[in-house]
Ligand binder design. Structure first.
Ligand code: 8YV
Length: 336
């Protein structure tokens, strides 16, 4: 009998078709957002699932779906998955790192530049028909990106790719803060210098947040942190909602503690804090950091590779390319 798998969100039909060769596939071409009980109902009898950030994979779900062997999440981030609960039940978790690094770094840079140079604010002004007099000396003056100080919070793959863009492409002085300091080789390759968090906040002209969401990064940037920053500074969040306290950010932007922000991720998305929507000095995008055609295809494809391998098929049967909890594959005991 063929195994059954679930694809929880709409994806590229030709990539999903690679699963249909081997499995009975239930998918969601209309991209309906399922509630947790609906997700659990659809997972009954499924050996694996191709999931997205909007699916909450927790102990309750896992207990209700004991036949589930693999959760293959689209995205480098997997804070929607309780990895510990999966590991405890022998469920493999995979993600899609690397293939989205440069696309997401490009987007972080785009948001940072849009915030610094007031791109969307001035576009709205033009579209409203308010551009009636050309060339006023201080019209939409912003802050320079080239030659300024770029601060990066979280120096994983995407943080490093942003650092390289800043140092090599824009002549920026790059400082970063991370849980651990990178090796001198990596620091040199991306032209970045490690500083403590306070120095990062005090010295950055443009602060980019790329740290994964976890209990320890929850509200890593709140009002206290924002008030330490330069009043001319910008903040860009392409990591996860919840790393930045959105209400505090709105307050800081309104009172002028910082000049502008660029946000691709939000607490409670797709809802956006109304206080942010009311401000003109924030650029808002709907979580599209990895959204180029080729990268979204690469992510879906890697996810399918992971699922096939997890169920003993594909190019590397039993060896998914990007496991999050590889211990499940080797049967190694859980760390205590
Ligand atoms: C989303 C992301 O996964 O990779 C991540 O962690 O946040 C994004 O790439 C993607 O937008 C699909 O939800």
């Amino acid at each position: 009998m063929r195994a059954s798998v679930l694809v929880t969100r709409a994806s590229f039909p030709d990539i999903v078709a690679r699963l249909r060769v081997h499995f009975d596939v239930t998918d969601n071409p209309d991209d309906t957002l399922w509630t947790q009980p609906e997700l659990i109902a659809r997972l009954q009898g499924k050996s694996a699932a191709l999931t997205a950030g909007s699916d909450r994979i927790d102990a309750t779900l896992l207990d209700a779906c004991p036949q589930l062997k693999a959760v293959c999440n689209i995205g480098v981030g997997y804070n929607n998955v309780d990895v510990e609960a999966c590991t405890a039940r022998g469920v493999l978790v995979t993600n899609t790192p690397d293939v989205l690094t440069d696309t997401t770094a490009d987007f972080g840079f785009a948001l940072m530049m849009a915030a610094a140079r007031r791109v969307t604010e001035s576009e709205r002004f033009l579209r409203r028909g308010e551009w009636t007099k050309t060339g006023r000396y201080d019209m939409f003056v912003g802050s320079d990106v080239h030659g300024s100080t770029l601060g990066i919070l979280g120096m994983g793959r995407i943080g490093q790719a942003i650092a390289r863009r800043g140092a090599l492409g824009f002549g920026m002085r790059v400082i970063y803060h991370n849980r651990s300091q990178l090796s001198p080789d990596i620091e040199a390759s991306c032209g970045a210098r490690y500083v403590d968090k306070d120095t990062l906040l005090l010295e950055a002209d443009h602060l980019v947040i790329v740290v994964p969401y976890s209990a320890s990064s929850h509200h890593a940037i709140g009002l206290q942190e924002l008030r330490k920053m330069k009043s001319s500074a910008t903040l860009t969040n392409i990591a996860r909602g919840g790393v930045v306290d959105d209400a505090a950010l709105a307050e800081a932007l309104a009172e002028g503690s910082i000049a502008a922000a660029g946000l691709d991720v939000f607490e409670g998305e797709p809802a956006v804090n109304p206080a942010l929507l009311a401000l003109s000095n924030v650029v808002l995008t709907p979580h599209i950091g990895s959204a180029s055609v080729s990268t979204r295809r690469a992510m879906a494809s890697l996810c399918v590779d992971n699922l096939l391998a997890a169920l003993g098929l594909g190019a590397t049967p039993g060896k998914p390319p990007t496991p999050v909890n590889p211990r499940v594959l080797t049967g190694a005991p859980a760390a205590v």
